[in-house]
Write a protein that binds this ligand. Structure first.
Ligand SMILES: Cc1cc2nc3c(=O)[nH]c(=O)nc-3n(C[C@H](O)[C@H](O)[C@H](O)COP(=O)(O)OP(=O)(O)OC[C@H]3O[C@@H](n4cnc5c(N)ncnc54)[C@H](O)[C@@H]3O)c2cc1C
Length: 303
């Protein structure tokens, strides 16, 4: 099937784009990489009268790794995030998550803003932003606002974004993640290389002293993708490993907590019980990997 007819707009600035959204509010759809929108429109599950193609809005395509915060523009492609050395140093979870999205053609075109805009609970960046306590920056013709990731994802593919708003970028505070004693991991289980994951786990571990014989976990973060209607932060799993030197018992408690917290939907190749098991197993693996990386920060192997 082909998409229904639409009027095509090519703004070259955020102001032009938000003016178009304000003018055509209920009938307009933003287009970024078109890797998800194109499928939905081709199947006529969406029939917007106006397409606002933001690919010419160059001000939204950037990665800024500053001392205190990392900010990434909405139009930044998965490929740029995957290959950013500055991000790999500061917040390696971003490149690890980006490199596991689909295949090269999707990663070359798909964007951070498109992924967060569609708010799929199976999406990689939604889980990353949930684990890292990120912020989303949003603009409309009325001005700008910032919303915490913890408040942005409201229900299945439904977010706090209004119809006349555009995501301009995301940011993450670096202070909780000192590189010399922090490890991050983004691990996925998928049925085939270029498909969406059955379960993904985004984990962060900050330890007290990498030179200690048995470094203790000062802070843990754990978020799961595709384990519920929204990206799922599992605070009970975090609490299970905090204050511990990471050995089998706390990891097993964290895994149990994640299985318990998961409320996954059924899929063709994975029933809910299997996904709950995976939620536990990938929690265990991702926390363990993050801990090992925190102890040995020279290990930059991704994911
Ligand atoms: C085969 C395949 C496998 C995939 N596997 C994965 C995977 O494993 N993990 C994963 O995370 N993703 C996966 N994806 C999705 C991929 O990441 C998409 O690129 C992404 O979800 C959408 O990005 P886009 O730039 O193409 O957005 P588009 O398709 O252009 O837009 C998607 C939606 O976001 C809105 N939007 C776009 N930009 C903005 C903005 N700046 N502000 C507000 N709303 C905006 C659009 O209006 C639209 O509703 C997969 C896609 C395919 C085709």
């Amino acid at each position: 099937m082909k998409p229904a007819a639409f009027q095509y707009h090519q703004p070259s600035s955020v102001t032009e784009a938000t003016d178009l959204l304000a003018e055509h509010e209920h009938d307009a759809e933003l287009m970024a990489g078109n890797q998800s929108l194109g499928i939905v429109m081709a199947n006529r599950l969406a029939t917007p009268e106006h397409i606002v193609d933001i690919n010419g809005v160059d001000e939204l395509d950037y990665v800024d790794v500053a001392t205190e915060r990392v900010t990434i523009g909405a139009l930044t492609s998965h490929r740029t995030i995957e290959t950013s050395a500055a991000l790999a140093d500061a917040l390696p979870m971003f490149p690890a998550a980006a490199e596991q999205i689909a295949g090269p053609s999707v990663r070359n075109l798909g964007t951070l803003g498109g992924s967060v805009g569609e708010a799929d609970p199976a999406g990689n960046y939604p889980a990353v932003l949930t684990a890292l306590d990120g912020d989303l920056h949003v603009a409309s013709a009325d001005g700008e606002r910032t919303v915490a990731a913890s408040e942005y994802f409201i229900a299945y593919m439904f977010s706090d974004l209004a119809e006349d708003e555009l995501i301009t970028g995301v940011s993450v505070d670096r202070e909780p993640f000192p590189a010399e004693r922090t490890g991050m991991a983004f691990l996925e289980q998928k049925p085939a290389a270029q498909t969406w994951p059955t379960i993904s786990a985004a984990a962060v571990i900050r330890i007290d002293d990498p030179d200690a014989d048995a470094p203790v976990v000062e802070e843990a973060r754990l978020a799961l993708a595709n384990a519920a209607d929204v990206p799922l932060r599992v605070e009970d799993a975090e609490a299970a490993v905090e204050g511990e030197s990471l050995v089998e018992a706390p990891l097993a408690s964290a895994a149990d907590a994640a299985s318990e917290a998961a409320e996954p939907g059924e899929e063709m190749h994975a029933d809910a019980e299997y996904k709950e098991e995976l939620a536990g197993e990938y929690t265990r693996r991702s926390l363990e990997t993050a801990y090992e990386r925190a102890v040995d920060t020279t290990d930059t192997t991704t994911p």
